[in-house]
Ligand binder design. Structure first.
Ligand code: FES
Length: 114
C-alpha cells in the first residue's frame, strides 16, 4: 500500500484482515522502513532498524523470525528480539530494544505513525 499520511499523522498500512498470525508486513513511514506482524492475535510494529548498527534486520522480504519462529532475528549478526516487547535478549545489542511504532485500527485498516 503506498504511503499516504492522513492529516492526523496516521498512515494506512494494510487491511486488518490481511495479516495472519506470524505474518509480517513491511511498510514505510516518512521514508523509514518499518514492519508489523500479528502474534497470538495481537498486532505489533517496529522500525526495521537493528539497535546494533542501525541497519535493516532482514535480507528476505517479510522474513523476520528465527528458524524456530520464536524470536525476531537480525540476520546481520544474530541478535534475537522478543516479538511482544522488542527487547533484545541475545546478540551484540543485548539489553537494547527495537523502536516500536504505534498502531491503530480504523474502519478495518491498520494505521501507523511515528
Ligand atoms: S546489525 Fe543486527 S545484530 Fe548487528
Amino acid at each position: 500500500m503506498p504511503e499516504e499520511t492522513m492529516g492526523d499523522g496516521w498512515t494506512p498500512v494494510c487491511p486488518e484482515s490481511g495479516v495472519a498470525n506470524d505474518q509480517f508486513q513491511e511498510f514505510q513511514l516518512d521514508g523509514e522502513p518499518c514492519f508489523l506482524f500479528r502474534r497470538r492475535g495481537r498486532l505489533f510494529a517496529y522500525r526495521n532498524r537493528c539497535p546494533h548498527l542501525g541497519i535493516p534486520l532482514n535480507w528476505m522480504p517479510e522474513r523476520f523470525l528465527d528458524p524456530d519462529n520464536c524470536f525476531i532475528h537480525c540476520v546481520n549478526h544474530g541478535a534475537l528480539f522478543t516479538p511482544e516487547s522488542g527487547d533484545c535478549i541475545a546478540g551484540p545489542c543485548q539489553g537494547d530494544r527495537l523502536m516500536s511504532v504505534p498502531l491503530r485500527i480504523a474502519d478495518g485498516t491498520i494505521e501507523a505513525r511515528l
